[in-house]
Design a protein around this ligand. Structure first.
Ligand SMILES: Nc1ncnc2c1ncn2[C@@H]1O[C@H](COP(=O)(O)OP(=O)(O)O)[C@@H](O)[C@H]1O
Ligand SMILES: [Mg+2]
Length: 239
């Protein structure tokens, strides 16, 4: 299997605060990989670092290598990285509140790398029938679960090689979380490569085959999710 994304000894800083410590991880084509860890361990910072969102103007910096399809992307702008085939669904959704569901989708549409054009609005509506039903509703009129589905769908509209999902289950009721799990499983079946950050262990284990657990900005555990023991879960992820 081809490696899509590889982080090698990545260190990230917000100004003088050192947040990620020699972080290494790998995502192969077609895989679903999860980053787990308690609040504040560096999951979102890992995502932002990959996307080139640490801001050098305020002296944020990233050291180490981030290889996307074999090319080092450290130092590239967010715009450039997005155009190299990564779609990022940030924590907190960030859909346009005053645009309709359909407008939110159409504005996100782009052709992916090497002409990749797997996703259009019809295929999105097949996967998310609820979004079709809500097509003419403004973003701010959608429920939390619908907004999250829209955020994921907007990522897919970019026809990415790799989809980053940052805590898509946050603040959602269990029934909605289980609907999202079904959608993510379907995406994996359809060949989408995914790196997701989660606090919900149950969700992550149900959709990912490989996992990294972070603590204080370092990887403290890496294994197939099926090898995660209750002891490890309790130690690093327990309340
Ligand atoms: N913009 C920022 N400036 C300074 N520190 C930050 C910033 N964003 C996050 N942090 C700090 O970085 C650490 C990791 O945060 P984050 O990556 O958001 O964790 P997680 O997503 O795992 O909850 C935390 O200690 C947090 O307070
Ligand atoms: Mg986070």
């Amino acid at each position: 299997m081809k490696t899509i994304l590889e982080l090698k000894n990545v260190n990230s800083y917000y100004g003088k605060s050192h947040i990620l410590f020699d972080l290494s991880l790998e995502v192969k084509e077609g895989q679903s990989v999860c980053l787990l860890g308690r609040n504040g361990v560096g999951k979102s910072t890992t995502m932002k670092t990959i996307m080139g969102l640490l801001n050098p103007k305020v002296h944020d910096k990233t050291e180490g290598e981030i290889l996307l399809n074999g090319n080092n992307i450290v130092g590239l702008t967010n715009f450039k990285i997005a155009n190299l085939g990564i779609a990022y669904v940030p924590q907190g959704r960030h859909i346009f509140p005053n645009l309709t569901t359909k407008e939110n989708l159409l504005i996100a549409k782009k052709t992916g790398l090497n002409g990749r054009n797997d996703w259009d609005i019809d295929r999105i509506y097949q996967l998310f029938p609820r979004l079709k039903e809500r097509e003419t509703s403004k973003g701010n009129k959608l429920s939390g679960g619908e907004q999250q589905m829209l955020a994921v769908a907007r990522g897919l509209m970019q026809n990415p090689d790799l989809l980053l999902l940052d805590e898509i289950t946050e603040g959602l009721a269990p029934i909605i979380v289980s609907q999202l799990a079904d959608i993510v499983k379907e995406l994996i079946k359809q060949g989408v490569t995914i790196l997701l950050a989660e606090q919900s262990v149950k969700f992550a284990l149900s959709v990912s085959e490989d996992c990294y657990i972070l603590e204080k900005g370092s990887v403290v555990h890496h294994s197939p999710t099926s090898d995660l023991t209750d002891d490890v879960i309790e130690k690093y992820l327990g309340a």
